[in-house]
Each structure stands twice: as C-alpha cells, then as structure tokens.
Design a protein. Structure first.
Length: 395
C-alpha cells in the first residue's frame, strides 16, 4: 500500500541530533590538500519543501580523484554522485525543522572527505487537526486487561461536557511500534544485554504488527522501518554499536516523526541511560511534540540514567503526558520483565477518537476523563490536551 503524503514526509524528516559543524581535510599525493565543503544549505538555512544541496571540492583538480560521493539527510542516503555537478535535490517536507546534512566523498585511493551541516530549527511548527482528539486507553479489572469492550461502553468528558465518541479501534488491530535505543558510549558494557532484551520484545509482537528501530547517541541511525519480519528486525538490532554522547530530546522527536500518521494503535518506547547533552531540539520543543503525539509513550531509564534527577523527571513526564508508563530498572536482567509489560499493555490498547464540542481556538487547557460506563474498571489514558491556534497538544 502506498504511504500517504503526510506519512511519507514524516519518514523523511528524522531530526538531526548533534550541534557541532566540522570539515575533514586529507593530504593527497603530490603535497596537495583536498577539502570537501557543503555550500548549500548553510547552518542559517531553515529547510522546508524542496531543498537544493550543493557540494564543492577544492582544489578543483581533486575532482578527478573522486570515486563516489554520498549525500545523507538525517542518517538516510538521498543521493549518490560520481561526477559533477555535485548537486542533489531533497524534499524535506512541509514542516520546518533542524536537519543533519552529511556528505562523504571517497577518493580513488580510498581516502575520504567529509563535511556536515546542521540546519536551523524554527521550533515546533507541525499542524495538528483540532477537530479530532485521539485517546489511547487501557482498561483493567483486578490487575487483568479487559477485552471485548465496544464503543458504547466508553464515556469521554471534556471540561465537564460529555462528548460523542466517533470511533473505537479494537485491541486486535495491528500495532505500529517505534523503538528508540540509546547507543551512546556509556552503553558499551550493557548494550549486548539490551539488544537481547529488545529482540525478545520484538519477538512477542503479533503477526501484522510493524516495528521501527532507531539507535541514537549524538546522531541518529534508522536501523529498520515498519518491519514485520522478525529475522529482519533482529538483524537491524545487531547493527547497533555504542559510541558518542546522548541526544534524548532529538531522539524523542525523531521517534514521534516515525510513528504512522494513520489512525490506529501506536506505541513508542524510548530507552536511555544518560541525561541529554547533545540535542539540537530544546527540552520545551520536545515536550510540545510529546504532548501533540497520539501514540502511547513508554520510557525506560536504565542503570545510571535512572538516578539522574533531570532525566528521570523528563522520562516520567513523557510517559504521563501520553498515558504510558516510565520504568527505571537497575540491572540488565530486569529489562525482559519491563519490555514484557510494555508489549502486554500495547497488545491490549483501545483507541478512541472524538470531535470536541468546544471548537474555539483559544489556547485553553481542555481536561478530559475516560470511563467505562459500568464503573467497575480501572482506566488509564491521557488526561487532557491544549489548543494552540491550529496546533493542539495533549497531556
């Protein structure tokens, strides 16, 4: 099935996650020095829509030694060139956000020329429909998940006013899951155990469920996207290796961007063992994106990361904002239990939607509550959303 334009745009804009700009010069034979430089876009560029990427190699005589050149945006190769003109066109989507442009030129003798540019971030600018509120819901009774509920069994109240539920997605519907795994250098001794636990999580998904796996440190790696084959998912996890710093806020936004824009069951799992020190995205912008997401978000602060006050508070807020949960295991052997709980919850998720009776764009906080009408069940869901002009953020 062909992806809708909004989903295709979301796939293309994995947000860049490091703040430094650098170029590598390599000595060539004959005493010459070759350097590769990205001339467009520049760090002051706000990328949106069709963008022209231009590259220059100096001195010009070095062009004859160029074997191949790859141009990547946000970790994904968008052009491969072998000869001038060194130009590539890339559609960065409607939303204007920071992007990571990286060019690697390989010379005939095997040496490489590299340049990286991080374009300007104008903050959160994605438009969200104000006429549809999506509410993932978990229903339990006596510690057990309740299955088989119908649309008429639920009741949603917004600011004291009962709302009409427009649709209900069954817990049997396929799941779109995004896993963001911290692979910073501090994960060196624990990553193999983490990868084993992630594979175990993926093995428990049901046929038809799709998983996207990204690794993050101070950059971003899309290991696999919407993959339904378990062997392919495991091979993608095996690609992850530890190095670099931590850019949690950028990884959070990237994970949200990769969730399907289609209505249905969605889940995000963000795993980190350290506080954010490398993001381009601000803490406030990341929070706004979390609050706008209609996916239930689970956060796992592992090992030392579980004891960092700022990280723990942020991971708890992310989970609370979406109706998800935060976990803080201290040992690698505890991860299987944590991931088992997450998979079980996602497998029993209902998805409600409604069009609010209050259509004012007045920047007000809208408190919502979800109940099962007979009243004997426990219900966990997001507790509200905020309308900001044409943008709505939930919480």
């Amino acid at each position: 099935m062909r992806a809708c334009p909004a989903e295709a745009r979301a796939r293309r804009r994995i947000v860049a996650v490091t703040a430094s700009v650098w170029a590598l010069s390599i000595a060539m034979s004959g005493g010459q020095t070759a350097a590769l430089r990205i001339t467009a876009p520049t760090p002051d560029t706000a990328m949106g829509g069709l963008t022209r990427i231009e590259v220059k190699i100096e001195p010009g005589s070095a062009l004859s030694a160029l074997r191949t050149m790859t141009i990547s945006v946000d970790g994904r190769v968008v052009c491969t060139l072998e000869r001038p003109p060194l130009v590539c066109s890339y559609d960065s989507g409607e939303a204007i956000r920071a992007h990571h442009v990286r060019v690697v030129g390989t010379l005939t003798d095997g040496t490489k020329l590299v340049d990286t540019v991080f374009t300007k971030d104008l903050g959160y600018s994605e438009h969200v429909r104000a006429d549809a509120v999506i509410v993932p819901v978990l229903v339990t009774h006596g510690g057990q998940f309740v299955k088989g509920l119908k649309q008429q069994d639920f009741e949603i109240v917004e600011d004291g006013v009962k709302q009409t539920i427009g649709s209900l997605g069954s817990e049997d519907a396929p799941l779109d899951l995004v896993l963001a795994i911290d692979v910073s250098g501090s994960m060196e001794h624990a990553l193999e155990d983490v990868k084993a636990a992630v594979k175990q999580l993926l093995s428990k998904l049901r046929p038809g469920d799709a998983a996207t796996v990204i690794g993050f440190n101070d950059t971003m790696f899309l290991a696999t996207e919407k993959e339904k084959d378990q062997k392919a998912r495991e091979a993608a996890v095996d690609l992850l290796a530890p190095w670099g710093g931590t850019a949690l806020y950028d990884a959070t936004v990237s994970a949200i961007d990769l969730v399907s824009s289609d209505w249905g069951r969605k889940g995000i799992v963000i795993f980190s063992d350290g506080d954010d020190r490398n993001s381009i995205t601000s803490r406030e912008a990341a929070t706004a994106r979390v609050q706008a997401s209609d996916a239930m978000l689970y956060t796992v602060g592992f090992g030392g990361g579980a004891t960092v006050p700022g990280l723990k508070m942020k991971l708890e807020q992310y989970a609370r904002d979406t109706g998800g949960r935060a976990f803080f295991p201290q040992r690698a052997e505890d991860l299987n239990r944590v991931f088992d709980e997450i998979v079980e919850e996602l497998a029993n998720q209902y998805v409600l939607s409604y069009s609010p009776t209050n259509q004012k764009q007045d920047n007000s906080w809208r408190k919502i509550s979800v109940k099962v009408k007979n009243g004997k069940y426990s219900v966990r869901a997001r507790d509200g959303y905020r309308v900001l002009g044409t943008k709505r953020t939930g919480r």
